[in-house]
Design a binder for this molecule. Sequence first.
Ligand SMILES: [Zn+2]
Length: 339
Amino acid sequence: MKEYTPKERLARALKGQPVDRMPAVSFTQTGTVEQMEACGAFWPEANEDAQKMAALAEAGHTVVGFEAVRVPFDITAEAEFFGCKIKPGTREQQPSVVGHVVKDTADIEKLKGYDLNHGRISVVCDAIKILADKYGKELPVMGSMIGPFSLAQHMNGDDWFMTIFTDEAFGLALMEFTTEFNIAYAKRMVDNGADTMVIIDPTASAQLIGAQFYEKFVVPYHKKISDAMHELNVPTVLHICGDTTQGLALMESSGVDAISIDQNVDVATAVSKVDKAIIVGNLDPVNVLWNQTPEVIRAASQKVLDAGIGLLAPGCGIVSKTPTENLQAMIEMAKSHRY
Ligand SMILES: [Zn+2]
C-alpha cells in the first residue's frame, strides 16, 4: 500500500479510509518536563507565549516522535478569555479555573460582542500559524479547545450541574453562547492552519447527567461544532473523561469523527457501541504511561490494539513528568500496527 505523509495518514484514518499503518498521535495534551528541558520552552510561559507554545508543541514531534503537532496544553484559556479567575500553572502543573462569571442570562448578555483577538486564545491561534507554516504540509496540525459544556461549567461554577436540572432556559442559553464561541474560535484556528479539531469536554458525560439531559444539553451543541468543522473539511475528535460507555452512541450521534475514551472504558465494548466513529485511546496516563516501564507500556498497548482500538493514544492528558521513553514505547506500537 502507498506510504502516506503523517498528515494524509491521519486524515484518512479519521475518515475510516484504508491506510498503510496506524498513525502515532496524541489528541490530548502533549507537554512534558523532559520536552521542556530539551527545547527550552517551559510551562507556564509556554501557555502564554506563541513562540514558546509552538516550540513545546514541536518537541512533541522532534523529541518524542508524535506524528502531529498540537496546541495548547491546558483547557483554561477559554474561561480566562471570558474573565474567569485562573489559578496560574507551574512548570509541572496546568492552570485551573477557580472563579466564575456567569450566574444568569443577564451575565451572558454582558459577555456578547467579544473580540477573539485577545488573551491566550489568540496566542493559541498564533502558535498554530507558526506550526502550520513550518509543518503544515507534512504533519497534522491539531487545534484543541475545551468543549461547550465544560466551558459553561467553568463560567457558571459548580452550580452548573444543578442549573441544567432546575433552570433549563438559562442552561440552554449558556450552551448556545459557549457553542457559538467554540465555533468562532475553532474557525479561527482553522484559518491559522489547524487541520484537525479536538474538543475536550471532560465533564460532558452521560454518566454524570443521564442520557436524557445529555441528549438535550450536549449532543446538539457538539453537532453544531462538528458540522461547522466538516464544512471546512476538518475532522473532529471528542474527548470526554471517565466511564463514557453508556454515552458512546449519543456521542457519535453528534457527528464527530472520532471519540477519545479514557482507561475507564473497555475498548472492545466501546468499538461495539459505535457505528463508524473511530475509537481512540486509552492508555492510562498515570498508572501506565507515567508510572510504568516501556516494556509494560508495550504490553498494555498490545492489549488495546488487540481489542480493536482505532488509534492507540493516551486515555487523557499525559502527566508532565511522563518519561519520553514511555511515550516512545506507545508510539512504536502504534507505528508497527497494520489494520
Ligand atoms: Zn480525560
